[in-house]
Design a protein. Structure first.
Length: 332
């Protein structure tokens, strides 16, 4: 049996319907897409603007923080510099302290030696005071005042004009000068020199100043501002006074006012003075040497050995040259 075949048409109505539906869907999609695009773009622009604004705020905040941190960094650097300087200073102080610590043992040993010498000196002074007191109990008539021989006709003052004396003892020096002058109502001649052998009055250099109340007032007046150079040692003044004014026919007293003996040998000074101050007869010299010690070093430099050297030298000079040594115990 023969089967009838039906011809297939490509562009049948059903195909066209499908194609038409497809094109319609595409057109609808295009229409929908074109309709919603401005809204999406606007939303995106709005989001981008907000994002940009947020980023700008963050940028400004970061700038502020950067500026703050930079300022803080500068302050920290300045503080670091100060701390480094402080560390350097403390290191220097530490080295100084370490140096002092290293020398502490030596200083302690020196203090022990000085304390021993002070104890010995006190014992010697005590014995000397006892000896002088026994001697003072039997004074020849009109020859002693307060234990000091005042039988001289000429007096010479040898005064330490060093800075320590000027700063701490000068009012007391003027007072003691006035007291010494008072125990000699009348003498044949006066002279004033400093411990270097410089004269107070250049017009009377090498010769005696005539004694009078006016001359004494002038001496005390000039003394208030008299400050020639001094090396804190009375040796030059004492030897210059004996060498220039020694005379076998004159009774002379030298009064040494000082606080310090900074250099030289005590025995060498004693030998030189003994050579210059020749004896009239054994145990009696023409030039008496008295001394007044001012306690400046006791207050300002109690550990200085010059304190004991001065006291020892003056005590020996006074003892060997018919005088008296008076050590003052305090400043005004």
């Amino acid at each position: 049996m023969r089967r009838n075949r039906r011809d297939i048409q490509v562009f049948s109505l059903s195909f066209l319907d499908v194609v038409s539906c497809g094109f319609g869907a595409i057109i609808l999609l295009l229409v929908i897409s074109q309709f919603s695009e401005p809204r999406v773009v606007e939303q995106m622009n709005h989001q981008m603007e907000r994002r940009i604004e947020t980023l700008n705020k963050e940028k400004n905040e970061i700038r502020k923080q950067t500026l703050f941190l930079r300022q803080l960094l500068y302050k920290k650097k300045d503080r670091l510099t100060e701390l480094q300087k402080r560390i350097s200073s403390l290191q220097g102080e530490l080295k100084t302290i370490q140096g002092k610590y290293e020398t502490a043992k030596t200083e302690q040993e020196a203090k022990k030696i000085i304390a021993q010498k002070l104890h010995t000196a006190r014992q010697e002074l005590t014995e000397e005071m006892k000896r002088l007191q026994r001697k003072a109990l039997r004074p020849p008539a009109n020859s002693l005042i307060g234990g000091i021989p005042v039988d001289s006709e000429y007096i010479i003052f040898v005064i330490d004009t060093s800075g320590s004396m000027q700063r701490f003892a000068w009012p007391l020096v003027r007072k003691k000068m006035k007291e010494v002058l008072a125990i000699y109502p009348r003498v044949k001649g006066i002279q004033v020199m400093n411990d270097m052998g410089n004269y107070m009055f250049s017009q009377y250099e090498g010769r005696w100043i005539p004694d009078s109340p006016a001359r004494r007032r002038a001496i005390l007046s000039v003394l208030s501002s008299w400050a020639p150079f001094s090396n804190s040692s009375p040796v030059e003044g004492i030897t210059a006074a004996i060498h220039r004014f020694y005379a076998s026919n004159k009774k002379i007293s030298i009064y040494v006012l000082g606080d310090d003996f900074s250099k030289g040998s005590i025995q060498a000074v004693l030998d030189e003075v003994k050579r210059l101050n020749r004896s009239i007869r054994p145990g009696q010299q023409r030039v008496r040497i008295h001394a007044i010690g001012f306690p400046v070093l006791i207050k300002e430099a109690p550990s200085s050995p010059n304190l004991f050297r001065f006291a020892n030298l003056m005590r020996r000079l006074a003892e060997e040259n018919g005088g008296c040594f008076v050590g003052l115990n305090r400043l005004p």
